[in-house]
Write a protein that binds this ligand. Structure first.
Ligand SMILES: Nc1ncnc2c1ncn2[C@@H]1O[C@H](COP(=O)(O)OP(=O)(O)O)[C@@H](O)[C@H]1O
Ligand SMILES: [Mg+2]
Length: 474
């Protein structure tokens, strides 16, 4: 290795004499050059430098490398590797301690036979592996490269899950998501609402419709803010997304802040639609927001999140009765026709909550002996027990919202469940919680942020029926 370093230095000195614009390699590059090469590289490098093939040859000189039969040209290879490493020509030149003009001329094909030292510096700066170095070496000598023909193509990500067959009763909300634009920063729509209200369904449906406007891809990231396990760490989510966007593992920085910065760099100038599903809080969300106006982000969360900039909050309410009936009859099967008042009662007992309606419909469909009235009777008894079907369960979904509450809010939630179903004022809550009015209001606000309580008019509150059932059963 010492020999290599000495040889390189001499080589550099001899070239730099006649080329004042040619910067010498920095110490750090020298270190990387000597420590990062394997023995084959080292021998090849020493031989190359010693045999004096270090003259740069302009087009029209000796041979060409643009022959399509010889595989990719030197310029195309370099450009591909540089883009794979997410470097501009200037950044690559700086990293390799080369003049940016040299890099430009190589990529454009104006410089066909570069100095060996230039190639080595570039190979180091691009962190090429042995096979890629061999390809580069061959291209620089006008020979056909080995089988490896440059960096693999990056697949445009199309990660959206399947759309719902028909989205019921969300025309106004769809218009809000689809109409949100921004000219100077990334547009963000934060869809929030209680468990099972249809946040993911709306986000995915809107994303499918908007996908043609985002040709550089659609990302779907499940942040698991309310999954049984802990929410996904922002750094982990960033690493996954970076990989999806074509960044090789070895280029993903260790520190989450650097990952976030790289993520913003990669997305700069691209048109990508990003769905961030089930965000736990702002801490998890913010690193995943790109910076430029070319992307669109749709966030879903059970919490009312405060996003900065051009974020638009959209709170989902339960479905209108007609949309609830349409959803129920479609999912229960067309032959399950029933009087509309019975159907209306069924969907009301489901609290007009899409998740509950879907479970009720699935249960009816799976039990041919039941009629709609029988289902209604069952829902009149133990509703939460009825609204469970395999892995889908309203109670389990609410459990996860409850589990995420701090202890004090859990206590408030249970106490409110022990009260009546009707609406109540802040004074009633203060008496029930045995605290002052301002503090009671603050506590109620926090439950509202988690969508476990609604404020139907100023300082007048009520729990959704299914939430009340859940809180009462704890
Ligand atoms: N408007 C809707 N039309 C049709 N199906 C819906 C609608 N909203 C929700 N669903 C269905 O209800 C279930 C719960 O919705 P989901 O989007 O997962 O709720 P959330 O994300 O708010 O917890 C899913 O199976 C979903 O497909
Ligand atoms: Mg969801």
């Amino acid at each position: 290795m010492a020999l290599i370093l000495v040889t390189r230095r001499r080589s550099h000195q001899s070239h730099s004499n006649g080329d004042p614009g040619w910067p010498g390699p920095s110490d750090s590059v020298r270190c990387r050059l000597t420590s990062g090469l394997n023995s084959v590289d080292a021998v090849s490098m020493v031989l190359s430098v010693r045999t004096g093939r270090a003259d740069e040859i302009e087009p029209g000189g000796v041979g060409t490398v643009g022959d399509p039969c010889a595989g990719m040209s030197l310029g195309a290879l370099l450009r591909g590797w540089r883009e794979r490493a997410l470097l501009t020509q200037e950044q690559l030149a700086e990293r390799a301690c080369l003049n940016v003009r040299t890099v430009r001329r190589m990529e454009s094909g104006a410089l066909l036979r570069p100095r060996v030292t230039s190639m080595l510096l570039l190979a180091e700066a691009l962190e090429l592996n042995g096979a890629d170095r061999a390809t580069l070496n061959a291209a620089a000598h006008g020979q056909p490269g080995p089988a490896v023909a440059g960096p693999p193509p990056v697949t445009v990500p199309r990660q959206l899950p399947a759309d719902v067959a028909a989205l019921a009763g969300r025309d106004r909300e769809l218009a809000v998501v689809e109409g949100h634009r921004s000219s100077h920063t990334v547009p963000v729509v934060c869809v929030n609402g209680m468990a099972g209200i249809g946040k993911t369904a709306l986000a995915v449906h809107a994303a499918h419709r908007l996908a043609p406007l985002y040709p550089d891809g659609q990302l779907f990231v499940d942040l698991r803010g309310h999954a049984p396990k802990a929410p996904v760490e922002p750094g982990t989510a960033l690493a996954r997304v970076l990989r999806t966007l074509g960044v090789p593992d070895e280029h993903i920085p260790w520190h989450p802040d650097d990952r976030a910065a790289l993520y913003r760099s990669v997305l700069a100038g691209r048109r990508v639609l990003i769905v961030l599903d089930d965000a736990a809080d702002e801490h998890q969300l913010l690193p995943l927001l790109p910076a430029g106006p070319g992307c669109l982000v749709i966030v879903t969360s059970r919490r009312r999140l405060t996003c900065h900039g051009d974020a638009r909050g959209l709170s989902l309410d339960v479905l209108p009765v007609t949309a609830g009936i349409a959803l129920f009859t479609r999912l229960a099967g067309l032959d399950r026709r029933a009087p509309s008042d019975v159907l209306a009662e069924v969907v009301r007992r489901c609290g007009l909550l899409p998740l509950a309606i879907r479970i009720a419909a699935a249960r009816l469909r799976a039990r041919p002996a039941w009629g709609v009235r029988h289902l209604l009777d069952r829902l009149a008894c133990d509703r939460l027990a009825e609204l469970a079907d395999g892995p889908h369960s309203v109670a389990a979904a609410l459990d996860r919202s409850y589990d995420r509450l701090p202890d004090e809010q859990r206590r408030v939630y249970r106490l409110l469940g022990s009260g009546g179903r009707a609406g109540f004022g802040a004074d009633t809550a203060a008496a029930l919680l045995d605290t002052s009015m301002p503090r009671a209001r603050r506590l109620l606000d926090q439950l509202m942020d988690a969508h476990l309580l609604q404020e139907t008019s100023p300082c007048w509150y009520r729990m959704h029926d299914l939430v009340h059932d859940h809180a009462a059963a704890l």
